[in-house]
Ligand binder design. Sequence first.
Ligand SMILES: Cc1ncc(COP(=O)(O)O)c(C=O)c1O
Length: 487
Amino acid sequence: MDKKIDSIVLKENNNVKAAMERIEKSGVRIVLIVDDGRKLLGVVTDGNIRRSLLSGKNFNTSLGEIMTKNPIVAKELDSAAELLETMNKRGIQEIPIVNDQGILVDIALLSDLKNIPLSSPDITKKEVELINQVLSTPFLSIGPKIKEFEKKIANFVGTKYAIAINSGTSGLHLCVRSLDIKDGDEVITTPFSFIASSNCILFERAKPVFVDIDENTLCIDPNKIEEKITKKTKAILPVHIFGHSCEMEKIMEIAKRYNLAVLEDACEALGGEYKGRKVGTFGNAAVFAFYPNKQITTGEGGVIVTDDERIAKLCQSMRNQGRDEGDSWLSHSRLGYNYRMTEISAALGITQLSRIEEILEKRQKVAENYNKKLEKIDGVKIPYVSPEVKISWFVYVIRLDGRFSLEDKNAILQKLTQKGINCGNYFPSIHLEPFYVKMFGYKNGDFPITERVSNSTIALPFYNNLTEKQIDYVCDNLNSAIRELKK
Ligand SMILES: Cc1ncc(COP(=O)(O)O)c(C=O)c1O
């Protein structure tokens, strides 16, 4: 049962004060009264409490005396649209949901249905406790939690080294530098990604050379890489987009044949696998990111993983103003940056990582629920997952089929926003970003699959605790928005 509901459940013999405390703490304006078998007996709202106090009752009055018996309830199988209709008709903002035996199973809140964020971190008491512990030590940076987090990440991914940094972008930058990619070098990568995977190449004045994507996996198409290799090519930078691994066997084979480095952008894919092997373990180095929309978060942050001692030592030094191990605070062996992660972030990361299996399972369930609902909607393609891949769900991205134009997609996005459903436009084609057009002269039609995909994808709200009712609400509204276009 959802933790939210447990915090607002009381018994008949609890008193008014207990109900007021629950309402104050939960922010939900109702408590649910159940018997020992969790059968719903009634509800107590802040209105019930006000009226009872005005009529001479007091804090010690038992809830059984003041509750509304036989409240309006919804049934487990009621759709989100039915719930909303009842709420609107009855002028209420919350409805308990019961099963056929009248046992309480959930509560639907109007606020949950009407404002669904695109993503939401899953922070428990455990995270807060460890962060509080760190705050009571003198180590807020460069301390034991960073080392512990790095050890645990390396252990989870299966690499010798892990180097925590303050963002995925800074991790990618350090990797580009440690692979000695510089002015005039070329790096083969994908135009369908978050822009940092390409910008990190520009940071060192090297050139991102784009290769179009595979229409199914949405990752770089390995069959098109070789034709882009020149004498200047130094590395391949594949991106495991939306948590779905690239075809790493083919990519590694090409890299080996042409003696190219491989830097995996695994920012979106912690826990993902390709042919039973974790992403992040294929290339010379890889980067994971921990912004709050990611599988696990450190607020801002990321980690570089590698088996290569030289890369690890260089990255450790460069993230810390170029200090080598043993250097004093004011000696700097090389050019460096302040890309350090704080101890507070590391503590958050340690706790989140300790819950990674639970988190990945929750995300898998949310994706399955979406799949079940959306498979039936004409015009929508659910995300593809290759049989060779274990996806680590980062976002849930659908595609509209060929009948829909970019204008249609934008109209659908607008309709969903009006309904309080926050969607993402993941991802616009990088090569068509104005400064890429200006620098390299790219134009529409250069990477047709990427452009087609960019124009037809919508990231739906997706996070660990997205409820089935919220998924219903999103899917029902998506369906209506599509049907209104009458394709
Ligand atoms: C594919 C990819 N690369 C790089 C990054 C950059 O990570 P950060 O935002 O932590 O700098 C992200 C972040 O969303 C990403 O999705």
